[in-house]
Design a binder for this molecule. Structure first.
Ligand SMILES: [Zn+2]
Length: 288
């Protein structure tokens, strides 16, 4: 990334120029949500096709018995049966985990594309903001490739977030299966409780990851461009009326206030979970 000094390049009269903020696209959030919801849908389908029939056929019976019986009373034949059943059940969940890993791998190609297209668009927007406010063309120095390593960091971080989501999904399926066995629930009742878990995961994880990560990458892209332009400060922009954001009173209080780049350290706009605040570059042109 090549830095430049937007204030020095501009012929505008002295003053502080506050650039319009840049948003991420809602379309990108929706695209990312679709990718994540698809992973959950495929896992749910596999659960329905593999785990529920096994539950119906009593594959979990012997495994569940071990919890109830006193160790001393279990004979060798029973222990062998438990071991065989346990191995079968473990193999089922192993298959689910392998499926989750494949789904995550495939998803990352799409996630990379979404982030990359956000970066390309953000780059163009920033160039046009500088041009509109300062009358300077920076298209030869502000390039999408400047943010290559930032994008890679986001791809890696999101691969971890998705893996953690699928690990949790499989852990919850296991919990539901054993809970159902202990409570003598039917396969239909088990199916209903698993559906509930997936529904909750979709809302609390999949949709949140998509919204939060797009806001975060947008915030990082903005800050990276603000620094590159030589701006020493930015204006905080709290977005009133944006649904599904976490309202933080100290962020509301920062609205329209000017901060030095890099502050407040660790809590810059858009960095807290579900924060939709933005930073507007402040370019200060001084008298010659
Ligand atoms: Zn905020």
């Amino acid at each position: 990334m090549n830095d430049y000094n937007a204030a020095e390049l501009s012929d505008k009269k002295a003053g502080a120029y506050v650039l319009k903020p840049i948003d991420y696209r809602i379309g990108s959030v929706v695209a990312y949500q679709k990718v994540l919801r698809n992973i959950l849908r495929e896992l749910k389908k596999a659960t329905k096709n593999m785990i529920l029939p096994a539950y119906k056929n009593g594959a979990f019976d012997a495994v569940a018995v071990r919890d109830e019986d006193d160790e001393d009373e279990v004979n060798a034949a029973e222990l062998a049966a438990v071991a065989i059943a346990g191995a079968g059940v473990a193999a089922l969940f192993q298959q689910l985990r392998e499926l989750a890993a494949r789904l995550t791998d495939n998803a990352m190609t799409q996630v990379s594309k979404i982030f990359s297209s956000e970066n390309t668009r953000h780059t163009k927007k920033f160039i046009s903001r500088i041009s509109q406010s300062l009358g300077v063309d920076v298209s030869s120095v502000v390039r999408p490739s400047d943010n290559k390593s930032l994008l890679q960091t986001y791809v890696n971080r999101n691969a971890n977030l998705i893996t953690s989501m699928t690990n949790d999904a499989i852990k919850q399926i296991e919990e539901e299966v054993y809970k159902a066995k202990l409570q003598n629930k039917s396969a239909e009742e088990l199916s209903a409780s698993i559906q509930q878990r997936f529904k909750a995961l979709r809302k609390s994880r999949a949709d949140l990851i998509a919204r939060d990560q797009l806001a975060k990458i947008n915030a990082d892209l903005s800050m990276s461009r603000i620094k590159q332009s030589g701006a020493k400060s930015y204006q905080w922009d709290y977005r009133h009326g944006i649904p599904r954001q976490t309202r933080r009173e100290h962020h509301v209080a920062r609205h329209r206030k000017i901060f030095p780049v890099g502050e407040p350290s660790g809590d810059e706009p858009g960095m807290a979970i579900n924060c939709q605040c933005r930073a507007r570059a402040v370019i200060e042109i001084k008298n010659d």
